[in-house]
Write a protein that binds this ligand. Structure first.
Ligand code: PEP
Ligand code: MN
Length: 371
């Protein structure tokens, strides 16, 4: 059960102490307070854990400072969508809104290789009116002998160049909690010219200690990818780990499943789950067509499979697209064969806009049908 407290709740007030005191007296119930940060205001929520079935909604509503009470199902307590759940399905970061009704394109380098390529990428994004990107510094690789990413060494120039081109948010994978400190330090050293959305990759979806560490910090929002070989429920629970530690600014990423049933694509594309995640949870949903499809194969209509998959996800209501581009894919150190070219960026942007329009039109068709 969640108690949502009134807007200007002061946690040093007598009323707040009184509320906690009363909750402490409930047998078999543990109360955990969460502060939900918005750009303009913060809201306090109290999660009641234990045998909450015995509690009456009316009695809980009568407690001091309590504005609303939500009875949650067992699953995805913080991030889930529950009956009569009026909680937000969005969060703000760096002046941008990330929600279940917005769409952001994060086109960029799978792995940072040279400052020149970062610069060319960011310049192209800016020229196309984009404010987000992806830049991999810490790369989890199948072989220990493959390029592992430049790590800390590239962060300062990546942030400086991004800031120069007005890029506000960079999706960046972290594979260890120390990477979060390195990112924080590099941002401080460069005067915070941009922001970072931490990315938990598919290989770490169930790295619970990493999830807890990344969930404990609230400075950076988190994009968590679906695990490639586990159920959707298991992956959503992994996202819930982040939130249960206090970070509610979580985006859920679909990136395909590892099975030969998806051949000739790198993974079996799972974007039919976009509406499922939006129904079960309040998280914005990201799609990663690059790591799903994994090639530049082209259909008979002249459109890349990867671009078709993007359109399928967007037409189904996706809220974020993570996609690999590279100024010179032949020289990319990671995933060059699936990278789109900078000359394809305006076409990709136009294709995404067409798919988004199709989605909005589809919602209108069904809204009318239901009148
Ligand atoms: C990536 O986005 O760079 C990546 C490695 O993706 P995934 O974790 O989905 O394989
Ligand atoms: Mn990659």
């Amino acid at each position: 059960m969640i108690l949502i407290l009134s807007e200007n709740t002061d946690i040093n007030s007598q009323e707040y102490a009184q509320l906690l005191g009363q909750l402490r007296q409930l047998p078999g119930i543990q109360a955990r307070a969460h502060r939900v940060e918005g750009d303009l205001r913060a809201v306090m929520e109290i999660y009641l854990i234990g045998d909450t079935k015995q509690l009456s909604l009316d009695e809980m509503r009568a407690l001091p400072l309590v504005e609303r009470v939500v009875r949650v199902s067992e699953e995805y307590r913080v991030l889930g969508r529950h009956k009569d759940d009026g909680r937000a399905t969005w969060f703000d970061y760096q002046g941008l809104r990330f929600g279940q009704d917005t769409l952001h394109l994060f086109a960029g380098l799978c792995a940072v290789d040279t400052p020149e390529h970062v610069e060319q990428m960011c310049r192209a994004l800016h020229a196309n009116g984009l404010q987000c990107t992806r830049m991999g510094a810490y790369k989890p690789r199948t072989s220990p002998y493959s390029f592992q990413g430049h790590g800390r060494a590239c962060l300062n120039y990546v942030f400086e160049i991004a800031g120069k081109y007005d890029i506000r948010v960079i999706a960046m994978e972290v594979t260890h909690e120390t990477h979060v400190d390195e990112i924080r330090t590099a941002l401080r050293e460069t005067g915070s010219p941009t922001g970072v959305m931490l990315q938990i990759g598919t290989r770490n979806t169930q790295n619970f200690e990493l999830l807890k560490a990344v969930g404990r910090q609230k400075e950076f929002p988190v994009l968590i990818k679906r695990g490639f070989g586990i159920t959707l429920d298991e992956s959503l629970n992994a996202a819930e780990y982040l939130a249960s530690e206090g970070n509610h600014r979580v985006v859920f990423g679909l990136r395909g499943m590892k099975t030969n049933m998806g051949d000739p694509h790198r993974n079996f594309v799972d974007f039919a789950h976009v509406p499922v995640v939006r129904r079960l949870t309040r998280m914005p949903v990201c799609i990663d067509p690059s790591h799903s499809v994994g090639s530049r194969s082209v259909g008979p209509d002249g459109i890349l499979d990867l671009v078709h998959a993007t359109a399928q996800g967007v037409a189904a209501g996706a809220n974020m697209i993570l996609v690999d581009f590279h100024p010179n894919p032949a020289r990319a150190l990671v995933d060059g064969p699936q990278a789109l070219l900078l000359s394809e960026l305006p076409l990709f942007v136009a294709d995404v806009a067409a798919a988004r329009e199709a989605y909005l039109k589809r919602t209108r068709i069904w809204a009318k049908g239901g009148e």
